[in-house]
Design a protein around this ligand. Structure first.
Ligand SMILES: C[S@@+](CC[C@H](N)C(=O)[O-])C[C@H]1O[C@@H](n2cnc3c(N)ncnc32)[C@H](O)[C@@H]1O
Length: 235
């Protein structure tokens, strides 16, 4: 499965103002491969250049992609990629679930920006053109999604969410358990914060003290974690 993702990543086009897929993207793909039922009605929320839906289609997990993103640049980029890979799709521009009023899905893969604004503003992952209004503790958008997803999921539906330690993980898990009957961890991986981010070490420390984010140190470097959770059966 990993090879299929890497192959798509190699061939996909990435516009300048669109998020470049990273480790969270790959972990999100792997988690979806394990938890997505074949031919489920699938929504890629925060689709960026379209990588996750395309890699899942290529893995024969889905036969059509529904996707959206708040960024026009991302939606145009994904449209071109769906055409390039010849994939049946319905794609819309809009904030969170706004484009999908009245629609229901079996599996929602949420990959909407979920990182502390302090980190996003200083990182190479989110430049000025990539929306990330996740707030100081990185939870704003994810918690809205957790609260609203019931209206967009079928009764046995699943919502997939990435949780980065550079957000308030406890707050997200609490909201997940409040809104779903079952919450399980699927994939997780630790990773070093890029060296250039050590410039804002003091700011990061103050955010850590306030509980907005969390991380450890190893070999004098900051070590973070990304975990993908699966929320089943909305309450
Ligand atoms: C971390 S990127 C992931 C993109 C893609 N899934 C990938 O793996 O490369 C987050 C995406 O969420 C989108 N986004 C941010 N805020 C959003 C919102 N309020 N509603 C919908 N999409 C949003 C961004 O434009 C960006 O494309």
């Amino acid at each position: 499965m990993s090879k299929i993702y890497d192959n798509v990543l190699e061939k996909i086009s990435n516009s300048r103002k669109v998020f470049v897929p990273n480790l969270t993207s790959k972990l999100s793909f792997l988690a979806a491969c394990e938890n997505l039922q074949k031919d489920a009605k699938f929504l890629d929320l925060g689709c960026g250049n379209g990588i996750l839906g395309i890699a899942l289609y290529k893995s024969k997990k889905i036969n059509k992609i529904f996707s959206s993103d708040v960024s026009n640049f991302a939606v145009n980029n994904a449209k071109k990629n769906y055409k390039k890979f010849k994939i049946k799709n319905e794609i819309k521009v809009g904030n969170l679930f706004e484009p999908w009023k009245g629609r229901k899905f079996d599996y929602i893969l949420n990959d909407v920006s979920a990182i502390s604004s302090l980190v996003a503003n200083r990182s190479k992952w989110f430049n000025n053109n990539i929306p990330c209004k996740a707030g100081k503790d990185g939870t704003n958008l994810t918690i809205q999604i957790l609260k609203k997803s019931k209206s967009f999921l079928n009764a046995d539906g699943k919502l997939q969410i990435p949780i980065l330690s550079l957000s308030n993980k406890k707050k997200i898990i609490y909201a997940a358990k409040k809104n779903f009957n079952k919450v399980k961890s699927s994939f997780s991986q630790k990773w070093f914060l890029p060296n250039e981010m050590m410039k804002i070490k003091k700011n990061l420390e103050s955010y850590k003290i306030k509980g907005y984010i969390n991380y450890d140190y190893k070999f004098n470097k900051i070590i973070c974690e990304t975990e993908i959770i699966i929320c089943e059966k909305p309450k």
